[in-house]
Design a protein around this ligand. Sequence first.
Ligand code: C5P
Length: 414
Amino acid sequence: MQLVQKNILLAITGGIAAYKTPDLVRKLKAEGANVRVILTQSAMHFVSSLSLQAVSGEKVSTDLLNEEAELGMGHIELARWADIMLVAPATANTIAKLSSGFADDLLGTVVLATKAPILVAPAMNQQMWAAKVTHQNCLKLADLGMKLIGPASGEQACGDVGYGRMLEPEELVLEVIKHSSMKDTPKLLKGKRITITAGPTREAIDPVRYISNHSSGKMGYALAETAVKMGAYVTLVSGPVTLKAPKQCNLIKVESAEEMLEAVLNDIDRADFFIACAAVADYRVDNIATQKMKKNKDDALQLKLVQNPDILKTVASLPRPPFTLGFAAETENVVNYARKKLTTKKLNMIAANDVSNPELGFNSEQNALIVLTRENERKLGQASKHSLSLELLKMMETEYRFQNKTNNLQDAVK
Ligand code: C5P
């Protein structure tokens, strides 16, 4: 339950994806949220206010000029009530109106009157999404501080295939969770410098082939985004992923483990913290072929692999290392293996996760961690990677202060 006591104002506009919104409301409520719904006139053709009232347990608002609601200044009351506003589905017409500040219906008025973050989930035909004017309107929305989430690509109700599908209800819920936790993010890392590695590495075999792994980079990017929100200066050293890095961080893109090590060492002198979240390939090809390798008559091909440098261990062994937080993705004996790594790599903290569960870890939206220090062990139960990032960074900061204090005391008695 990650939205307990959060007030989510869901505005539904007139697109076919509106039929998914009762399920969206149910899923938001399952996370503990209070949900109120605004239904535009055209949305009422696709979903009934009665269904939405039944699932939300609240009266649905449909009109700006409703005498009963406006007795209590309904639109201002809704605007103030919301912790987060979600417009889903948002049609091309709604996006155009919101980008120009129209206030000729309840939705437009509330958008102007609210101080809550506004998330907009576009849903439209792929040609309408590709239209230049829609693109310009979306840029305007972003400039006005609204956050676009989606659209996704795939088959559409009209039979077309392409970008324009509304994100699925569970994806929308994750976005709401992400933004609600960000809104209240404490600035515990203000002014601190953090270097984070993320994603996989690629170890070339020849100019067109490589060895890699399934790391999506989602956990490392979630950590980078959260650390920025907590006030840190973040350097994100990232292997090849398809994610967008937070604007405020210093992104260094690398491919191989050796490049990752070099980028980290160039930055590490100034770092207070080093978080090794990347899934670094343990081995690389000894002699990378300079030309594309050809198939030969043999059934087998032998590649000689040599061990890559351990980036985390290298950093932790520096004469004046930053606070080090490692990750241990394991399929069995999770805690034992993680504790061994904590000791052998001389880390301050390690976050272990069980990747034998396909719902968690690599490529998934959720994760669950067991966080170990030399003295302590704490479980962070299954949650979105963003919520976990916040909890983990808070623990890291507390531990950093505690270990620093202990070191200072030990120095004093020497
Ligand atoms: O030993 P193992 O690969 O399981 O350790 C995992 C931790 O070490 C992760 O934090 C990972 O980012 C880091 N690591 C590294 N360089 C390597 C291998 C792992 O920084 N070559």
